[in-house]
Design a protein around this ligand. Structure first.
Ligand code: ZN
Length: 365
């Protein structure tokens, strides 16, 4: 019998900081093969990934997750890779994001019949280029299309079961550079101050209201994250200035529409400024599906909570999966994710196992 806490401890002891795997996927593969899963290892570049599938009754339920973790950083009260337990709480980098979710799903699959698969990547916290995107392309080439996919990210906010994510905002980063002409501060008529040229544009961007939000999404937001002149002295008028910004956007926008909007703002407020854009994820929203309904019922049956359906937070691999099949995200309470002393209560692992069991039973009925 596989228990989620025991499997989680084994996974936490593998230091799988992206792109390293640290032996984490071998731990999972051994457990899954013991449960009758057929495992296909899918290494792309330096990234380990795998797809594991077990035949069974009912519709095909896929669980998607990542074994990689963010670096632990300094200041932990417990070794981040020792899986120490104190008063019913297990500490370790990845405890909630998201080795705990994976362990709970494997334990649930061990106890519940059904046509179940796992899509496991080692590249979610990094560039995400050699992970889920490529595994999904491989699945499509094999003609495998799950009926529903649940991503085990830590979506719960205050209590396990209070939030299910049905979409995510997109994220765009831009770098703006305004050019002027350097000169002596005492002779401004001979110079062209890049900062002065920049201010109207920065003010317009900082004050912009992109939208009012929708029924599923918060309003989109723009944050200027850096303004850089690099001027070490007091008597030089700067010849150029650079700023960076990040936009978190809902499905009223796309990376392309926002790039065009930034171009218009430049033309109006600082003509000639350079613009470089990188879109790290488009927004998406999962349409209602049988799988989502089953997930909501499973959460409510086990926890008594009617989960809020929400689209907040950063990007996740669900944005890639949404192009292939219906998807939603549900997992542990994320309060400690990416933080010092990341930790999960054993009780939450056991409850999450019960929820995933109920989900498998619903989808694979
Ligand atoms: Zn995660």
């Amino acid at each position: 019998m596989i228990s989620a806490p025991a499997l989680l401890r084994d996974l936490l002891r593998c230091p799988s900081v992206t792109p390293a795997d640290g032996g984490a996927q071998a731990v999972l593969i051994a457990a899954l093969e013991g449960l009758g899963f057929t495992v296909t290892k899918l290494r792309f570049g330096e990234i380990e990934n795998f797809f594991a599938e077990r035949p069974g009754p009912g519709k095909h339920l896929c669980f998607a997750g990542h074994t990689d973790v963010v670096p632990p950083g300094e200041g932990w009260s417990h070794d981040p890779f020792a899986a120490e337990e104190e008063q019913g709480v297990i500490f370790g980098r990845g405890a909630v994001d998201m080795k705990g979710g994976i362990a709970a799903f494997v334990a649930a699959a061990a106890q519940t019949p059904g046509h179940v698969s796992l899509l496991i990547t080692g590249d979610e916290e990094g560039e995400a280029e050699d992970g889920s995107v490529r595994v999904l392309a491989w699945l499509a080439a094999q003609g495998i299309r799950p009926d529903f996919c649940v991503v085990g990210e830590p979506t719960s906010r205050a209590r396990l079961g209070d939030v299910v994510k049905i979409g995510r905002r997109g994220s765009l980063n831009a770098r703006l550079t305004v050019h002027g002409r350097q000169g002596h501060a005492a002779y401004p008529h001979l110079a062209d101050n890049a900062v002065h040229k920049f201010l109207p544009l920065l003010t317009a961007l900082a004050n912009a209201r992109l939208d009012e939000g929708t029924d599923a999404f918060e309003p989109s937001t723009l944050q200027i994250t850096s303004v850089d002149v690099g001027n070490a002295v007091t008597n030089v008028i700067p010849g150029s200035a650079t700023a960076r910004l990040n936009i978190r956007f809902n499905d009223l926008h796309s990376g392309a529409s926002l790039t065009a909007w930034l171009g218009e703002a430049i033309a109006r407020h600082a003509p000639g400024a350079d613009l470089q854009v990188s879109v790290s994820g488009e927004s998406f929203r999962s349409p209602p599906s049988d799988g989502l309904a089953a997930l909501l019922r499973a959460v409510e049956r086990v926890t008594g909570l009617a989960p809020e359906q929400n689209t907040g937070g950063g990007t996740s691999d669900a944005r890639f999966i949404a192009r292939y099949c219906p998807v939603a995200e549900f997992g542990l309470v994320g309060a400690t994710m990416h933080k010092v002393d990341e930790a999960v209560p054993v009780a939450d692992l056991l409850t999450l196992t019960e929820i995933y069991k109920a989900l498998i039973a619903e989808v694979c009925a």
